[in-house]
Design a protein around this ligand. Sequence first.
Ligand code: ADP
Ligand code: ADP
Length: 226
Amino acid sequence: SSALSIRQLTKTYGNGFQALKGIDLDVAEGDFFALLGPNGAGKSTTIGILSTLVNKTSGNVEVFGHDLDRDPAGLKRCLGVVPQEFNFNQFEKAFDILVTQAGYYGIPARVAKERAERYLRELGLWDKRNVPSRMLSGGMKRRLMIARALIHQPRLLILDEPTAGVDIELRRSMWSFLTGLNREGITIILTTHYLEEAEQLCRNIGIIDRGEIVRNTSMRELLRQL
Ligand code: ADP
Ligand code: ADP
């Protein structure tokens, strides 16, 4: 079945700039998919639309059959998004940020606390559970963003440049964490402008340039043709 289906998606910003020119994209359940493209290609715009922070101009988006226009609540339940910018409450502690997020999904407190502990441990943040988010390093905040996006156990996780500005050691540990999630059955889409990252992690790839999907193929096929 299909985790993500995008049809003829366009976005024209208020200043008249056309950031997406009618993109089509399909990601199958269980896939680890890279959306690769240079800066300005339209990756964040696409993710912004999926996370309902950006209004699309036209086209259709479905996540596990939940249509963005007709069933936004259903779509949100099966989707976790890790945006590029940190948007935490600066004064809230790491553990509390996760429990608060779980509350937005109606997850009972006991379950929320168990999951918060699990993800903080798996992401190497358990020691930081009582630290206010503003005191965390960039790499720690990035991992906390991932934990927060997972707290409602989405079937599809989308990450916007998850390892941007992260050192190589942390990058590798994030890669292995994400690979483990995918093995458990979570469909993952990440955007990147590093071919190496896509190559390490992903089975399929879409290449976006100036608001258009210019290639959509398997990683293996792409590497064979390079
Ligand atoms: P929309 O048309 O979707 O309502 P707007 O054009 O009103 O979006 O812009 C939304 C926000 O993005 C504004 O705060 C604007 O300042 C900011 N913005 C404008 N141009 C850019 C740009 N090139 N890159 C990133 N953000 C921008
Ligand atoms: P990417 O994530 O691939 O770097 P973006 O989706 O952020 O690309 O941006 C795509 C294009 O849209 C860029 O040219 C960017 O400057 C422009 N853009 C992004 N946000 C806005 C905005 N709010 N208003 C006008 N232009 C924007």
